[in-house]
Design a protein around this ligand. Structure first.
Ligand code: F6P
Length: 546
């Protein structure tokens, strides 16, 4: 493969941004706001119940115009059309990228390889709904006739992070009589702790794996199967206590799960985009089919917004371009997502996979090394906890960390002063980050000269604020689709394939080689590097007690 500059950084739009950055880098948000009293209201977008305030970013109208030029010259419009049309954008796996079909309304037509996939999608949603209703009502019983009281999702990556994030986010809408748990880690502690207080006769396992070959998931599923059969003492119990969600019917059958109890999805759904597919079955059982459909409607509303809105009023496009501005021109290495809602505790973990597995790429779609940065490190925790931990670095550290603050106007648990305190902290943080506190202000407060530099806040730290009325299933769908499409915008401009994940393969292959070396009775002939060899030898010496 050839390396060197790609057309992206040689283009007029990129060069114009580079020159423009030289002007903007010295401009402070304090000055931008001071000379434009309408900035806060103008640089905002109110769409689909989502208010995006992007005024506290280090940009001007000229910046936006240049970023929009970049989007145009990078072929973003054609890229969006291609995705929604079902083109095989995942070039390294020769697959369409059609998670949008998972939330298309019945009656829509989206074609893959000559066939309309929408009826298939709705058939699976119906099958899921029938099953979820049977579990919720108690008509689906365990092997011994007991009502199912516990649902355990076994999966990893996209087969775990979406369901667990959304279950936590929508817990208030869930059937509280059900215990819903998520097992992902191959560390036995995960499955052991998740099942220790459950009665196997009342427990349903949903084994979620697109490929049904993933080591962690199959190991956990085998352990759960043994746990269940130890108590229920008949192989026939598997059919009542295990269902599968997969694209691989053959492997599901080999595991011993009745194919009738398999919920299907398709290779044109990437793992990290699969929550609105059958992978969301545990969520649907928890919140019920109607709520799940509301979430799908929210996703679809954002899909339609993304597909049709002009770019300068298009939320995913704006978020994508603003993020790219910091990554490629300011050199920002990371991006924090800070939800001011405790129910969104798993959102940043979910977004880590969505963004970093999608855009953590170093070659373009043609295999050429890129000469610009791609996906940033995504991280964050719910407010206000982070304020008492790492916000110090965001306010006064040496790095530029663009942040998305996500807040809600109404709490799902309205109690006393809590929510107003939470919201005031969100607003205060974005204000402090943008405007800081000058040395003169600190001096005027009477600080000793020695303390002035320590108590000065430089400000000019960029944030987006996403403000929404209340967290509902529909709104969650909109927010997830917003971030999915943001990732698409950036991946398209960076000319990378956001839909493969070859980077996870090498570690899997090496682990498969090392496992027998850890467990063999005789000393293995270790042919790794000297560090890995030494670690393996030490582990072998200590792995068994005594
Ligand atoms: O290893 C990465 C990955 O392939 C993710 O992309 C995926 O979400 C996860 O593993 C789980 O894969 P599966 O659903 O096939 O078990």
């Amino acid at each position: 493969m050839t390396s060197g500059p790609t057309p992206l950084t040689q283009g007029a739009a990129w060069n114009a941004l580079r020159e423009h950055y030289e002007v903007i880098k010295a401009v402070h948000l304090r000055d931008l706001f001071a000379k434009d009293s309408g900035r806060g209201a103008r640089l905002a977008c109110d769409v689909e119940g989502i208010y995006l305030d992007y005024s506290k970013n280090r940009l001007t109208d000229d910046t936006l115009r240049l970023l929009l030029d970049l989007a145009d010259s990078a072929g973003l419009r054609a890229g969006i059309d291609a995705m929604f049309r079902g083109d095989k954008l995942n070039v390294t796996e020769n697959r369409a990228v059609l998670h949008v079909a998972l939330r298309a309304p019945a009656g829509a037509t989206i074609t893959v390889d000559g066939g309309n996939v929408v009826p298939k999608v709705h058939a699976v949603i119906e099958k899921m709904a029938g099953f979820a209703n049977r579990v919720r009502s108690g008509t689906w019983t365990g092997f011994t006739g007991n009502k199912i009281k516990n649902v355990v999702n076994i999966g990893i990556g996209g087969s775990d992070l979406g369901p667990v994030m959304a279950y936590e986010a929508l817990r208030v809408y869930s059937d509280r009589a059900l215990t819903v748990r998520f097992v992902s880690n191959v560390d036995a502690t995960d499955v052991a702790e998740s099942t220790r207080d459950l009665d196997p006769a009342e427990t349903l396992f949903i084994v979620c794996s697109k490929t049904f070959t993933t080591l962690e998931t199959l190991t956990n599923a085998q352990t759960a199967r043994a746990w269940c059969l130890r108590a229920l003492k008949s192989d026939q119990a598997v059919a009542r206590h295990f269902v599968a969600v997969s694209t691989n019917a053959g492997e599901v059958a080999k595991f011993g799960i009745d194919p009738a109890n398999m919920f299907e999805f398709w290779d044109w759904v990437g793992g990290r985009y699969s929550l609105p597919s059958a992978i969301g079955l545990s969520l649907m059982i928890a919140i019920g089919p109607e709520r799940f459909r509301e979430m799908l409607a929210g996703y679809h509303a954002m899909d339609e917004h993304f597909r049709t809105a002009p770019f300068d009023r298009n939320l995913p496009v704006l978020l994508g371009l603003i993020g790219l501005w910091y990554v490629n021109f300011f050199g920002a290495e990371s991006h924090a997502v800070l939800p001011y809602d405790h129910y969104l505790g798993r959102l940043s973990a979910y977004l880590q996979q969505l963004d970093m597995e999608s855009n953590g790429k170093r070659v373009d779609r043609d295999g050429r090394a890129v000469n610009y940065q791609t996906g940033p490190v995504i991280w964050g925790q719910p407010g206000t906890n982070g304020q008492h931990a790492y916000y110090q670095l965001i306010h006064q550290g040496t790095r530029l960390i663009p942040c998305d603050f996500i807040g809600f106007c109404r709490s799902l648990n309205p109690m006393g002063p809590h929510h107003d305190l939470l919201a005031s902290n969100l607003f205060a943080q974005t204000e402090a980050l943008a405007f800081g506190k000058t040395a003169a202000e600190v001096e005027a407060e009477g600080a000793s000269p020695a303390l002035v530099p320590h108590r000065t806040f430089p400000g000019n730290r960029p944030t987006n604020t996403i403000l929404v009325e209340q967290l509902t299933p529909e709104m969650l769908g909109k927010l997830i689709a917003l971030y999915e499409h943001k990732v698409f915008v950036q991946g398209t401009i960076w000319r990378i394939n956001s839909f493969d994940q070859w980077g996870v393969e090498l570690g899997k292959v090496l682990a498969n080689r090392i496992t027998p070396e850890l467990t063999s009775q005789t000393d293995p002939d270790l042919r790794h590097d000297s560090s890995t060899n030494a670690l393996i030898r030490r582990y072998r010496r200590l792995r068994l007690p005594g």
